[in-house]
Design a protein. Sequence first.
Length: 185
Amino acid sequence: MSTTRFIVIVLLSCYSALLPAQDSTVYRTESLADINLRFELPQQTWSKANVTKAKNDDKIYTYTRKLFEGAKKKGEATFSIFVEKVKPSTSIKDYSLKNLAFFKQQKNFQIKKAFTDSDGRFTLPYTIGYDASYEDAKGVKHHLYILHTIEFNHAAQLLIDFPFDQQDLYEEEQTQVIKSLRYER
């Protein structure tokens, strides 16, 4: 082997070792036609949507994810999307404040931060998001991302709910789901 060829091989090996590891997670695209919303979920970890009809033509889409610590099951996370019809005059602020009233009744509910599409966490226009926490009826603390959005005459409340002690382990996954939210137009 020539010296030049050897040096090139060594340099390429060193270069590839310095590159960041590629995420091998396979994502699937979910589309909600009633609000023209599209997003990505990790294929192997999140369930298919369980769709429940609410009053009128309102729907609740619920995705679940089993959480693990080592080989031991450590709880479950949910991603729920409640889609409802709203009057064309409904403002995002009014819609969001109305829907936050329920959460404010939950034990130890706290909003850590509010954000919009200008903060870079997501790109959905006419959307308000909250990084929050609460305590459930069993005394378990939860981390909760709440997003309220309006698209024409439909609104949606998106909730990503993880047990608080698992939040840090799955933060990157939650961030990817939120960043993947798009309207199909």
